[in-house]
Design a protein around this ligand. Structure first.
Ligand code: SF4
Ligand code: SF4
Ligand SMILES: [Zn+2]
Length: 273
């Protein structure tokens, strides 16, 4: 199995996974979506809230703010030495103290003050609550690690994949009518002079519209069932390449654990036999 990175920026990564099967590609996708842990606010103590927003809604909005997470720094509460009672190893405390003194204003995610300097909201411009003149919000918020299996607020990314497209243009049959050029929603088939060219085939959605409109059976759409194009978009909590790395490592660990358990079952069956 091999990975080739096609595009990458701070928020997204597009890569090709070669030499595997859909079952494994899908397991990796599911790991990236629901098993890579991130920090999110779980408990909120509202000291004062004179805004029009109910305390519960305020707490819910805080929970949905993506928080930059360095997984090497934190443990999950249930695995922590404190047994989940809350300590710096498994919990980060944020405070918010905002008063609209001179006129209406908005409290943003950037107004949350973190107890740990490296841990902060992924974006400082996420609105939390609008305050009219004289209104005041004071609270303490406790963030902890969790996964999207528990709640979507801990989801690290959205991840999708498709098979690698293979487009075959049969020049001997093509009448250069241009119907497929018109029909392709991704501008992959283009008329250059008096010939038909395929451009950026990797962006093909495998919709097969070109095949359907061609009256001469001159174009065929297929795909490579051992190669996958992945698109992973991070919420901002963890860099996208790290999400892929963690998900791959977790998948490997789970596979080893499964093999170990199967070997144990096998060994006990042999003794009993
Ligand atoms: S629709 Fe068929 S015949 Fe017409 S340009 Fe496309 S491939 Fe060629
Ligand atoms: S399958 Fe769809 S996206 Fe791909 S080349 Fe044909 S029309 Fe374009
Ligand atoms: Zn702890």
């Amino acid at each position: 199995m091999e990975i080739e990175v096609l595009e990458k920026d701070a928020q997204r990564i597009k890569f090709m996974l070669k030499g595997t099967r859909a079952s494994l590609a899908n397991a990796l996708r599911r790991m990236m979506i629901s098993e890579v842990p991130t920090l999110a606010i779980e408990d909120v103590i509202i000291v004062e809230n004179t805004s029009p927003m109910y305390d519960e809604v305020l707490a819910h909005r805080l929970g949905l703010i993506p928080i930059k997470t360095n997984l090497e720094m934190f443990s999950r509460p249930e695995e922590c030495e404190c047994k989940g009672t809350g300590c710096p190893r498994c919990q980060v405390v944020f405070t918010l103290d905002k008063r609209a003194v001179d006129g209406p204003m908005t409290a943003y995610s950037g107004d949350l003050k973190s107890q740990v300097s490296q841990v902060e909201p992924a974006s400082p411009r996420i609105p939390i609550v609008k305050l009219s003149r004289g209104q005041h919000v004071v609270l303490e918020a406790y963030a902890r690690l969790g996964t999207a299996k528990e709640h979507a607020k801990w989801q690290a990314s959205v991840a999708s994949y498709k098979y690698l497209p293979i487009l075959e243009l049969k020049n001997e049959k093509c009448e250069k009518c241009g119907d497929c050029v018109e029909a392709c929603p991704r501008d992959i088939i283009q008329m250059k002079g008096d010939s038909i060219k395929l451009v950026n085939e990797i962006n093909c959605t495998l919709c097969k519209t070109c095949e359907e409109v061609c009256r001469y059976d001159a174009i065929k759409v297929r795909w490579d069932e051992t190669t996958f194009i992945f698109n992973v978009e991070s919420t901002g909590a963890i860099p996208p390449e790290k999400i892929v790395e963690y998900a791959g490592q977790m998948l490997l660990n789970r596979s080893k654990e499964l093999i170990k358990q199967l070997e144990e079952i096998n060994a006990s069956a042999v003794i009993k036999g």
